[in-house]
Design a protein around this ligand. Structure first.
Ligand SMILES: [Zn+2]
Length: 226
C-alpha cells in the first residue's frame, strides 16, 4: 500500500472525527484497517478535545481495573512479594515473604543431596529416606524454608518407599505443575514459598481425596508434636 493511500486514510479518519466527534471515530475504527486506527491515535491532538479526554478516561478506567485485578489475583503468583500460607503454629493463615535465592545461595544452606532434590528436581532412592516409614506425629515442614507442608495425620503407607500423604496441610502451601520428564505426564509438586521440589502427585491415593503426594524425605523436616 502506498504512503499516499495511507495518508489519505489517515486524513479521512481525522476528518471523520472532526465532523461528528466520537461516533465518527468509532465508525472509523470499525470500517478502517488497524493501521488507520494507529494513525488516528497519532493524529489524536487534531480530534475534538472533549472526545480526546473521553477516550483517555476510558483507557485510564481500563488500566485501573486491570491493575486492581492484578493486585487481587497476584496472591501466590510470581516470584517475589508476599504469599498467603497456612501456619500450624498460628492455627491460621499468615502472609510471608516469598524466598528467592540464587543457586550459589541455596548451595550454602542445603546439603549436596538436598540441593539435588530440592533445586534440581532429583529423586532420592526408594526406601532410603528418613521418613519413608515414620509414624511419629507432627508437622512435616519444607527442609529448605521451614514452611508447613504436610500433617502426619494425612500420612499413609503407600508401599512405594517414599513418604506419602493424601493432602497437603493447606492448598496454598504447595504448588504443582505438569512435569513431562522421563516421558511421563506427572504433576510435580513444590513448596509454594521457596519453589523447592518436593515430589509428585498421583491419582491413586486413598479416600477422601484419592490423591497420593509422593514426597522425598530429604525435602522434608518433621517437627514432632511435643
Ligand atoms: Zn520451601
Amino acid at each position: 500500500m502506498s504512503v499516499c493511500l495511507l495518508e489519505r486514510r489517515r486524513l479521512a479518519c481525522i476528518e471523520g472525527r472532526s465532523a461528528s466527534g466520537l461516533h465518527a471515530f468509532k465508525s472509523c475504527i470499525e470500517s478502517a484497517p488497524p493501521y488507520c486506527y494507529v494513525l488516528g491515535v497519532i493524529g489524536g491532538f487534531q480530534m475534538k478535545r472533549k472526545d480526546f479526554f473521553r477516550i483517555l478516561g476510558v483507557l485510564l478506567a481500563v488500566g485501573i481495573v486491570y491493575g486492581a485485578l492484578r493486585i487481587t489475583g497476584a496472591e501466590n503468583i510470581g516470584n517475589s512479594g508476599k504469599i498467603k500460607l497456612y501456619s500450624q503454629q498460628q492455627k491460621g493463615y499468615i502472609m510471608a515473604d516469598k524466598i528467592n535465592k540464587t543457586e550459589a545461595e541455596w548451595k550454602q544452606v542445603l546439603t549436596q543431596e538436598q540441593f539435588q532434590v530440592l533445586r534440581k528436581q532429583g529423586t532420592e532412592r526408594a526406601f532410603t529416606g528418613e521418613y519413608a516409614h515414620t509414624k511419629d506425629k507432627g508437622i512435616y515442614k519444607c527442609a529448605a524454608c521451614g514452611t508447613d507442608l504436610f500433617s502426619s495425620d494425612t500420612k499413609f503407607e503407600s508401599g512405594t518407599g517414599w513418604p506419602s500423604f493424601w493432602k497437603p496441610i493447606a492448598p496454598e502451601n504447595v504448588a504443582s505443575e505438569t512435569d513431562s520428564s522421563y516421558g511421563m505426564a506427572r504433576s510435580e509438586v513444590h513448596c509454594a514459598r521457596c519453589g523447592g521440589h518436593l515430589g509428585h502427585i498421583f491419582n491413586d491415593g486413598p479416600k477422601p481425596t484419592g490423591l497420593r503426594y509422593c514426597i522425598n524425605s530429604i525435602s522434608l523436616k518433621l517437627e514432632k508434636n511435643k
